[in-house]
Design a protein around this ligand. Structure first.
Ligand code: ADP
Ligand code: MG
Length: 167
């Protein structure tokens, strides 16, 4: 587990960008946190780390937005950005093919409000929890699930103690 505190939205984006550069096709990232915690802001950084040029905003009416990008290994990927906040009921998940986004071939999936699809989530993912600790400070916790699973390496490489936070 890794805990980082960011004092500004831009540093949250920087941290997201660091994660973006570590991701590869098939990865799944779940974002926990209250409204305004910074989930979309963090996702903007992840997108930047993946070289996405289209604007990442909260998907208001659509449950999913797609952005084209590339991994740091220069593999083209689609970033699937899901926001389940407006999900009316879990049954609705089926109608937009939710299960396909959980094992994204040629893509990376990042989900805001995954709690609302609790029963449909897989066993392995990178969990990012965001929490407001002040007007502009956020505590961001990274956790590989399961702890020794494929995301353990992402968490280790994100640790600012292992390399400086600004690149
Ligand atoms: P969520 O998607 O979790 O509802 P958003 O990313 O849309 O949250 O909004 C977060 C809000 O908090 C933005 O207005 C952002 O500018 C502000 N903010 C202030 N400080 C931070 C910080 N350190 N990290 C992220 N967002 C911050
Ligand atoms: Mg949001």
């Amino acid at each position: 587990m890794l805990v980082v505190t960011t004092p500004t939205p831009e540093q949250t984006r920087d941290l997201g960008a660091r994660l973006g550069r570590l991701l590869s096709s098939g990865d799944l990232v779940l974002l926990h946190g209250d409204l305004g915690a910074g989930k979309t802001t963090f996702t903007q950084g992840v997108a930047r780390g993946l070289g996405v040029v289209t604007f990442v905003q909260s998907p208001t009416f659509a449950l999913v937005h797609e952005h084209l990008g590339a991994t740091s290994q220069e593999q083209p990927v689609t970033l699937f950005h899901l926001d389940l906040y407006r999900l009316a009921e879990e049954e609705e998940l089926e109608s937009f093919g939710f299960a396909d986004y959980l094992t994204p071939t040629g893509g990376i999936t990042i989900i805001e409000w995954p709690e609302l699809a609790r029963d449909a989530l897989p066993e392995s993912f990178l969990l990012v929890q965001l929490e407001a600790t002040g007007e502009a400070s956020r505590r961001i916790t990274f956790q590989a699930v399961p702890p020794d699973g494929k995301y353990a390496n992402h968490v280790a490489r994100l640790d600012p103690a292992n390399s400086p936070i600004r690149e």
